[in-house]
Write a protein that binds this ligand. Structure first.
Ligand SMILES: [Zn+2]
Length: 256
């Protein structure tokens, strides 16, 4: 590692004790787009070391990637001391590994002497998008004005939306709720927690029963009984308000 370099992330593939492809470093160009299209993964703005390692094997030889072990190791220069650094693969890289049949990824972690190991398909769901992808998403959605704030009182509810388990927020169709339209990008807020989400649909119903009858799991993932769900909503809204305004199902997809 060059002493002027502050950060180095390398990756390589091993199969039967031999290196497959080549030792690869992370970079900042958009290389590898062909790969992303072929495997239908998100296009990441920079070349992550893991992707560079996988892409170093020509696509027609990708059969040999099956059951390769992939190593992802980062180093950081802190006050002229070279330390290992966090190199857990991001969501897109995990997807990529999974799609080519890699089941073991060894990665470094700051202040840990040993490499950690994971199965990319298992951690695909839990790991975060890379910072690059987040920035790309922010840029993509900057053109929308994100000025509507939907406040959620219950933190558990907020977490369920974040985890995409709760895909529908039910509200009485009144006040500012009536301005919501499909395609709008809004902020969902619960105390200090924020997330940006896109509204993919706005469907009106007569009452909560008619919504929950068909969409219970998407609206209240933790409730098993429609009547329980109706009771839950009736603890926030008066029957009068529901009869007068009707209710609306706001379909949400969290962006970041
Ligand atoms: Zn990555």
């Amino acid at each position: 590692m060059n002493k002027h370099k502050k950060y180095l992330h390398i990756s390589f593939l091993i199969k039967g004790g031999k290196v497959v492809g080549s030792f690869s470093q992370s970079g900042f160009s958009g290389r590898g787009k062909q790969f992303d299209c072929q495997y239908d993964v998100d296009i990441i703005p920079s070349t992550h070391a893991e992707r560079a390692a996988i892409s170093s094997v020509p696509i027609h030889n990708h059969k040999q990637l099956k059951r390769c072990k992939i190593f992802s190791i980062a180093f950081r220069n802190i006050d002229n001391k070279i330390c290992v650094h966090h190199a857990k693969p991001c969501k897109t890289c995990c997807k990529m590994m999974h799609k080519v049949g890699i089941t073991k990824c060894y990665y470094s972690e700051a202040n840990k002497q040993k490499l950690l190991v994971c199965n990319p398909s298992h951690i695909m769901k839990e790991t975060d998008n890379s910072i690059g992808l987040k920035i790309l998403n922010i840029k993509k959605y900057m053109k929308y004005k994100v000025n509507y704030v939907l406040t959620i009182r219950n933190l558990n509810t907020f977490r369920l939306i974040e985890k995409r388990q709760k895909q529908i927020e039910g509200r009485v169709w009144r006040g500012s709720i009536r301005t919501l339209r499909p395609g709008m990008v809004i902020t969902i807020k619960c105390n200090e927690n924020n997330l940006i989400a896109r509204i993919t649909g706005v469907t009106k119903y007569k009452n909560f029963y008619s919504l929950l009858k068909t969409k219970l799991k998407k609206t209240l993932p933790n409730v098993n009984d429609v009547n329980r769900g109706v009771e839950y909503y009736h603890s926030f809204y008066s029957k009068n308000a529901i009869n007068k305004h009707g209710i609306v199902a706001i379909h949400l997809v969290p962006l970041f």
